[in-house]
Design a protein around this ligand. Structure first.
Ligand code: ZN
Length: 314
């Protein structure tokens, strides 16, 4: 096993720190702590979260959900793949069999286990104590997480390059914690807010353009459509050209959306079908009010429009 020694930590855990730093946004307060305290606190929290992730192995357990965003193209690609898979499916096709455990959750747990085992082994050596025996493939990572946390102070104080050891432990602990938090959908950053922006209606592509971003240590809603220009009385903060609503403003924002939506529906022009009724439709045919209103509002029933492929030789 070629693993980085504590005295010479390789870039393996450091290179993906920038990507993972977003996940730690909610733990900004801990980021200012010394590396030793950060490592111990992250390892203790990871030992708590492992229990909850382990519960998600059972496919019948409802798992936390993070709202994802698919644009029209990504959705079409996913639909096409699903159709191809359906067309190719036979009775013995993979996927028909229901797994006894969720494979992605098992992946997370085994990743946490080998990282924790590795960290505990190196820190135990640095602290000049006996390392724990190796874990089985489906072992419990908690003893290794606890052992690593116990060994951190002695390992840091016992060596002249204690600062490096502390940072190695803190970085590894942060990666472990980020994996667990992602599996439990605890990362708020980038979360899609299921509301259509009343000022830009989702921009050119439409859809949900609001994201939760952790800005200056607190979550905020950002409209990322790129074309959003709310009036200045509706937005007070801007970030990279996008309007931002800070966390304390969220109740106000919810009321404002409800108000704008209500006003939009009430001030929409009524369809002038009553006046034009005699000139549309067959003479003397009473048109149901509801049908005429829907027709004028642009909501054409798809069944009424003939399918363009219909009528051609099959
Ligand atoms: Zn907007």
């Amino acid at each position: 096993m070629t693993t980085p020694r504590p005295s010479n930590p390789s870039g393996g855990t450091g290179s993906d720190q920038t990507a993972r730093s977003v996940a730690r946004g909610a733990r900004e307060d801990r980021r200012h702590l010394p590396a030793v305290d950060r490592a111990v606190a992250d390892l203790a929290e990871a030992a708590d979260l492992v229990t909850f992730v382990a519960l998600l192995r059972d496919p019948t357990v409802r798992r936390p959900w993070r709202e994802t965003h698919l644009d029209a193209f990504a959705r079409a690609v996913a639909d096409d793949e699903a159709r191809a898979e359906l067309a190719d499916r036979t009775d013995e096709a993979p996927g028909e069999h229901k797994d006894a455990a969720r494979p992605d959750v098992l992946d997370v747990l085994s990743g946490v286990l080998w990282r924790a085992e590795d960290l505990a082994w190196h820190l135990a050596h640095a602290a000049r104590t006996d390392p724990l025996p190796p874990a089985p493939a489906d072992g419990d990572p908690r003893p290794y997480l606890r052992r690593a946390a116990e060994c951190v102070p002695a390992a840091v104080l016992g060596w002249s390059n204690g600062a490096e050891i502390a940072h190695y432990a803190a970085d590894t602990a942060a990666v472990i914690l980020a994996d667990l938090a992602a599996a439990l959908a605890l990362n708020v950053d980038g979360h899609t807010v299921k509301a259509v922006c009343p000022w830009c209606r989702g921009g050119l592509a439409g859809g949900y353009s609001w994201r939760v971003r952790v800005l200056v240590d607190e979550p905020a809603i950002v409209c990322e459509s790129g074309v959003c220009q709310p009036p200045s009385r509706d937005v007070t903060t801007w970030w990279k050209g996008c309007p931002v609503w800070r966390f304390p403003d969220w109740p106000w924002l919810a009321r404002r959306i409800a108000h704008l939506d209500e006003r939009r529906t009430t001030t929409a022009a009524a369809p002038p079908y009553k006046r034009d009724r005699s000139t549309t439709g067959r003479a003397g045919t009473p048109t149901p009010d509801q049908a005429a209103a829907e027709l004028l509002a642009g909501r054409l029933d798809q069944d009424v429009t003939p399918d363009p492929t219909e009528g051609t030789a099959a």
